[in-house]
Design a protein around this ligand. Structure first.
Ligand code: NAI
Ligand code: MG
Length: 398
């Protein structure tokens, strides 16, 4: 088989380190691929006025698979400040290249698995009967609709007249906001389409079936957000009834779910939600399995076969310039394992996951987060593993 080419996109800050260390792990595990570098992130915004240059889109179009570190985003004014002087007159507006990637390639399926590793000192524990301490095993797969909803970008402050007039046709708008001057209104829309809703639901059910999860939970708020959340739940009921009667369909509200996830996280299997609630609930579950050093994600389009794999953490600028990098590479390594699954290299993925599990279970090599230290340059002197040492430990287990 021809060797694969992977578009590696280090991005900013710690994205570069965790990606390099992960590629070392992939190579040591026997994954044969060439890597081409895709430019993305703050540097390209400042220099070129575009954090996601067309040449990067072309590379992904050609090779389909992207491994992505993390980027830095800053608010509008700060973004303008840092733009190269010759670009300042061009009316450029910064927008997140990650969101841009999702929209451009229709990466509408986002999967964020949260699985606890045995022996991870960061695992969630709770009180059981008679003051016992329990450590529930968490194994959930969160499917987040990745392109629509509150992240769709359809929003206004001081909405234009046509929008305002349209809003005024809604009796609830008239009642609740009709007295507010137009220029004092900010409106962010939450648009769901049937097509994308069905795709994320089906992806969730397919996954549940393939990996033997007994339930799919729709985590929205259909009792209040009747149109969008309501549509998602109704469609889930139809799909489950017609095609997946053996899988249970549960329905939770996002707010209650955030409470329950610390009460009975072991009860949940696959969870599916719209864009914002999926983002929230996946961060919630990630907190139970060790937080940002462990939270991985995949975003893909099953039709085109384009997939981008990334840790959910950002560029952690405060640690970016340490001579010895201290951040945990496991989230990035796990994201690369999801890439391997996506390209049917399941054996290599399993091998890497087993090595990571062994390193964690053994407990000898721990990054600062696993030691519950405050992140500082001297944590390595105090016994924490560096990013590179953690990757070395995983490689040694392979
Ligand atoms: P962040 O995720 O970069 O860092 C928050 C904190 O989490 C860090 O200070 C650190 O204590 C911890 N942390 C993050 N990654 C870690 C790792 N691998 N190991 C151990 N600890 C880790 O989020 P923050 O500080 O809110 O944002 C920094 C920049 O990253 C911003 O410009 C933000 O816009 C961007 N960002 C980018 C994302 C992406 O590329 N997908 C996602 C989130 C934020
Ligand atoms: Mg998030």
């Amino acid at each position: 088989m021809a060797k694969r080419t992977i578009v590696k996109m280090p991005g900013d800050g710690i994205g570069k380190v965790v990606l390099d260390e992960t590629i070392r792990v992939l190579e040591a595990a026997g994954f044969e691929a060439d890597y081409v570098e895709g430019d993305i992130g703050w540097e390209f915004w400042c220099k070129e006025g575009n954090p996601l240059p067309d040449r990067t889109l072309k590379l992904i179009e050609e090779h389909k698979i992207g491994l992505f570190g993390a980027i830095t985003s800053k608010p509008k004014d700060a973004a303008f400040e840092e733009l190269a002087p010759e670009l300042k007159e061009k009316g450029l507006v910064y927008s997140s290249p990650i969101v841009g990637l999702r929209q451009h390639f229709g990466l509408d399926i986002c999967l964020r698995p949260c699985r606890s590793y045995k022996g991870n000192p960061l695992n969630f524990i709770r009180r059981g009967p008679n003051d016992t301490i329990q450590e529930p095993e968490v194994d959930v797969a969160i499917f987040r609709q990745n392109t629509e909803g509150l992240y769709g970008g359809v929003e206004w402050s001081n909405p234009p007249d046509q929008v305002y007039d349209a809003l005024m046709t809604h009796p609830k708008f008239v009642k609740n906001f009709g007295e507010t001057p137009q220029e004092e209104l900010s409106v962010s829309t939450r648009i769901f389409t049937k097509k994308a809703t069905e795709r994320i639901l089906r992806a969730a059910f397919v996954h549940a079936k393939q990996y033997g999860y007994k339930s799919v939970t729709v985590c929205e708020k259909p009792n209040v957000i009747r149109e969008t959340s309501g549509m998602m739940y109704k469609m889930a009921q139809q799909i489950q009834k017609a095609d997946y009667p053996e899988i249970e369909l549960w329905n939770t509200n996002i707010d209650a779910q955030m409470m329950w996830l610390t009460k009975n996280p072991e009860n949940y299997g696959v969870i599916v939600a719209g864009n914002m609630f999926g983002d929230i609930v996946s961060d919630g579950f990630a907190g139970l399995i060790g937080g940002l050093g462990f939270a991985c994600s995949a975003q893909f389009n099953p039709d085109s076969g384009v997939g981008v794999f990334e840790p959910t953490h950002g560029s952690a600028p405060k640690y970016a310039d340490y001579e010895t990098s201290i951040v945990n590479p496991i989230a990035m390594i796990e994201s690369a394992c999801m890439m391997l699954d996506f390209v049917d290299e399941n054996e290599i993925a399993a091998k890497i996951r087993k090595s990571v599990a062994e390193v964690i279970a053994e407990g000898k090599v721990k990054t600062y987060d696993m030691m519950k230290m405050t992140g500082r340059a001297d944590v390595v002197e105090k016994g924490a593993a560096s990013t590179q040492q953690m990757a070395d430990a995983v490689i040694a287990k392979l």
